[in-house]
Design a protein around this ligand. Structure first.
Ligand SMILES: [Zn+2]
Length: 418
């Protein structure tokens, strides 16, 4: 049996939360740090200065190891060890300080919970602005204007997922820290130029008819974005009228980004056997792959139905995102050519192609377009609204683009990426 923790519960409520009613206060978001990661058995929390746990009167400093046993958290501080119930929330005493979980520093507070009896779930409850500071540099290349674009779309997406989509509501947090939502790494990802972009756009989110938009974005559109319902057939176009198809003439910007040229025009060679395995076709029913045929495309040329013809049978993959996922290729915007014993896929772009192209946005920013113009170009008919969607709004107008997409040779996709 684990002894009860000695520092426990004098009944004194610890007031550590930032004032939330003040004008201009930043909203908070709960980020699931452990979601999508290997099971966590224990975590070491440390911090500079003193920090506190809700329900505990005694401040902490130094280091605490937290593990889970029989549905309860077990804290170890130096030689002391004891159970503290199913959850604990830790917060620095002084504003501006951060706590570190297994070597990564986070602003706001850290809530540790028992998960699946003997595992841990760690949730970072953090101000939206501080959250965005921990996202921007993971998702965008360094440029003042492009960072502002990314700050607005990351902030908008966080508010959209938290309040409207609510896709993580059952997980006990608002948004996860992986590419499933947006890559967030806390203080370690903060940089001065990105911080300035976040501060310059503080509280600004994109709205449509008064509600935060689904600010979908992807790496590279390969010259043209695609309407939302063609990427994800279940989605309704009239729900997301701002996610239509637009030209993205600056996508060739990828050629200027070391190591990313393949995101604009790419090629991948695939052996028949490799294709059979990727689509999960059995030797018995499909036989050897003889042909790969594009049967149908979307309005922007993405492969919507791909037929694989084998010596014993044939099978189809349907839906642009399924095609991309099944073959593990950068995008569904490709053509297939037979070359001797191999199939060669010639493609353009990386990602689902919906909403904002990040390389295209970077190219526009470098060409001198303001962040509002870039947002208006990729999300048609939207407004930029202050105070997380409840403040003053201004209509955004797209600029006229007179730029011809540049042509370049395809680059082989490096192994291991898609
Ligand atoms: Zn997620």
């Amino acid at each position: 049996m684990v002894r009860r923790m000695l520092v426990v519960l004098t009944g004194m409520a610890v007031v550590g939360l930032a004032a939330s009613g003040a004008a201009g206060a930043q909203q908070t978001v709960r980020v699931g740090l452990t979601y999508g990661k290997p099971a966590l058995k224990s975590v070491v929390i440390s911090g500079s200065g003193e920090w506190r746990a809700r329900r505990f009167s005694e401040p902490f400093n130094g280091e605490v190891r937290i593990a889970a046993a029989r549905g309860e958290l077990v804290l170890q501080i130096g030689a002391r060890r004891g159970g503290v119930g199913p959850w604990i929330e830790l917060r620095p005493n002084e504003q501006g300080r951060s706590l570190t979980a297994d070597g990564s520093a986070y602003r706001g507070s850290l809530r540790v919970e028992v998960h699946a009896n003997a595992q841990l779930k760690v949730v970072n409850i953090v101000g939206v602005e501080d959250y965005v500071r921990g996202v921007v540099t993971n998702e965008m290349f360094e440029h003042p204007g492009a960072f502002k674009v990314q700050a607005v779309i990351s902030r908008t997406l966080a508010v959209y997922i938290r309040d409207i989509e609510k896709k993580h509501a059952r997980d006990g947090f608002d948004i996860c820290a992986t590419g499933h939502c947006q890559v967030y790494r806390g203080v370690n990802s903060e940089r001065r130029l990105a911080d300035e972009a976040v501060a310059a756009t503080r509280g600004e989110v994109l709205t449509y008819r008064g509600r935060p938009i689904f600010s979908a974005y992807h790496a590279n559109a390969g010259g043209r974005t695609q309407p939302v319902d063609e990427a994800w057939p279940g989605s309704i176009r009239r729900k997301f009228p701002y996610l239509s198809a637009v030209a993205s003439p600056y996508d060739g910007q990828a050629n200027d980004l070391p190591g990313y040229a393949w995101c604009y025009r790419w090629r991948r060679e695939m052996r028949p056997e490799e294709i059979r395995k990727l689509i999960g076709g059995s030797e018995r029913r499909l036989g050897e792959v003889r042909d790969v045929v594009v049967k149908r495309t979307t309005s922007t040329g993405r492969v919507r139905e791909l037929e694989i013809v084998g010596t014993r049978g044939r099978t189809s993959v349907t839906g642009a995102s399924k095609v991309r996922g099944a073959l593990g290729v950068p995008s569904a915007l490709f053509e297939v050519e037979r070359d001797g014993g191999c199939f060669v896929l010639h493609g353009r772009g990386r990602g689902h192609g919906v909403g904002l192209s990040q390389h295209g946005a970077l190219g526009m920013a470098k060409a001198g377009h303001r962040y509002e113009e870039i947002l208006a170009h990729f999300y048609r008919g939207v407004e930029l609204t202050e105070n997380y969607g409840s403040g003053k709004s201004r209509k955004l107008l797209p600029p006229e683009l007179h730029f011809e997409a540049l042509e370049s040779s395809p680059v082989t996709v490096p192994p291991g990426v898609s």
